[in-house]
Structure formats: structure tokens, C-alpha cells
Ligand binder design. Structure first.
Ligand SMILES: Nc1ncnc2c1ncn2[C@@H]1O[C@H](COP(=O)(O)OP(=O)(O)OP(=O)(O)O)[C@@H](O)[C@H]1O
Length: 211
């Protein structure tokens, strides 16, 4: 894959419960960049990720550079973003492989060969197929990560993605991120220091009442 999308945030603020929990963030990201959001609980990491993903209102500007010309923000988000949040969004009644076929066909209809096959993606995250309801928290997180692989997107938004993972799972995700960046992909992740990806742009957020 060769991604070429850029992303710029200009003076982005996010309000929750009537007050700014993220205030005036500006950063420009190129293909291959990784932005690491750090800060204490409640400092706005999830809020900023959700604003970029289109799930939370914000003020300021979030702009994608993709050569596509002016278009609806939601279209750009759908084209370029994967969001891996605290909730995996998995169907507990499905099995792992069926879930990946579902996500692939939903996200890239008619382009089944754009990403990894569901079988290969399952192997890449170290999972055997089985029902989601039987999977541990870490196994479910691995399955959610496999979703990133079956439908390519330039920008991966990862909210504390290693929380449920063991050491091997962390290494696996770090490796996937290295490959993603080598193909021009971008990572924006929150972390409490347990996600050792290298050459990151660090952005430390502060709690609103401590700012
Ligand atoms: N739905 C909501 N309504 C009102 N306030 C909210 C809502 N969601 C989050 N907040 C507040 O926004 C602030 C930032 O929360 P956020 O989840 O973005 O922080 P975080 O840095 O991701 O925290 P953590 O490290 O605990 O995951 C917190 O003060 C939180 O109480």
C-alpha cells in the first residue's frame, strides 16, 4: 500500500460538558508520521481522537490533504480513517472470520482484494478462528486490530490500543504500525507509556483545570 494522505489540525478545541477539554491544538502530519497523545486521565486524549474521527464536535480546522478537492468531511473520514477505540464494536454472536468478512465488505464494498484476506489478517494478529463471545479481552482486541488490515485506510486512530494486550500482542501491534508507516500510513495514538512505537511526534495534553 502506498498512502499519501496528510492531516493538519489548526487551533482545534473540543468541548465536553460545556468546557474545553482540548484547547487550541495545532499539528501537521505527513505520510508515515506517528502522533502520540499523552497526558493524565481526563486530559482529552479520547476527545481529540473522537473529534478527528468525526464523533465529537470541535472548533478550529481538521483538514485532510488527499488531492481530492473540496468534499464533505464525513466522506474524507470514511475514505481515510480507521478508529480503534475503547469499545471494539465486535458482534459477540459472530466468529472472528465472519466478522472480518463483514467489516471488509462494509468498508470496501466490491474491493475485496484491497487489504489482507480475512484469513491472513487473523493470522497476522495471532488468532485462531472462533466465536467472539469465547474470546478473552486481549483476543477481542486482536480481532479489532485485524479489522485495520482487511480494509486499508491511511490514518489509524488508536485509543490506548495495548491496554488488553500481552507483551507478544504489543510487539505484534508495534510491527503492524511500522509496516503501516512504511507504506505512508499515519498513526495517531493515545498511550499511558506502554505503546513503544518509535520516532513519534509527542503531544502532551493537560487536564483542563490544570492548564
Ligand atoms: N460525554 C461526556 N460528557 C461530559 N464530559 C465528558 C464526556 N466524555 C468525557 N468527558 C470529560 O472530558 C474530559 C476528557 O475526557 P477524555 O476521555 O477525552 O480523556 P482521556 O485523556 O482520554 O482520559 P483517559 O486517560 O482516562 O482515557 C474528562 O474530564 C471527562 O470527564
Amino acid at each position: 500500500m502506498n498512502h499519501t494522505v496528510t492531516l493538519s489540525l489548526d487551533n482545534v478545541s473540543v468541548a465536553r460538558g460545556g468546557m474545553d477539554v482540548v484547547a487550541g491544538v495545532s499539528v501537521g502530519l505527513e505520510p508515515g508520521d506517528a502522533l502520540m497523545l499523552t497526558g493524565p486521565n481526563g486530559s482529552g486524549k479520547t476527545s481529540l481522537l473522537r473529534a478527528i474521527a468525526g464523533f465529537a464536535r470541535f472548533s478550529g480546522t481538521i483538514a485532510f490533504g488527499d488531492g481530492a478537492g473540496p468534499r464533505d468531511r464525513q466522506d474524507a473520514i470514511a475514505a481515510h480513517i480507521h478508529y480503534l477505540g475503547h469499545e471494539t464494536g465486535l458482534n459477540r454472536r459472530a466468529d472472528g472470520l465472519t466478522s472480518l468478512f463483514f467489516w471488509r465488505d462494509l468498508l470496501n464494498p466490491g474491493e475485496s482484494d484491497a487489504g489482507l484476506t480475512p484469513d491472513t489478517a487473523l493470522q497476522a494478529v495471532g488468532l485462531l478462528n472462533g466465536p467472539v463471545w469465547k474470546m478473552s479481552a486481549g483476543q477481542q482486541q486482536r480481532l479489532a486490530i485485524a479489522r485495520l488490515l482487511v480494509a486499508p485506510r491511511a490514518i489509524w486512530l488508536l485509543d490506548e490500543p495495548v491496554t488488553a494486550l500481552d507483551a507478544a500482542g504489543r510487539d505484534m501491534l508495534v510491527g503492524l504500525c511500522v509496516n503501516h508507516r512504511a507504506g505512508g500510513g499515519m498513526i495517531i495514538s493515545s498511550s499511558h507509556g506502554l505503546f513503544p512505537i518509535e520516532n513519534v511526534i509527542a503531544l502532551s495534553l493537560q487536564q483542563a483545570d490544570a492548564a
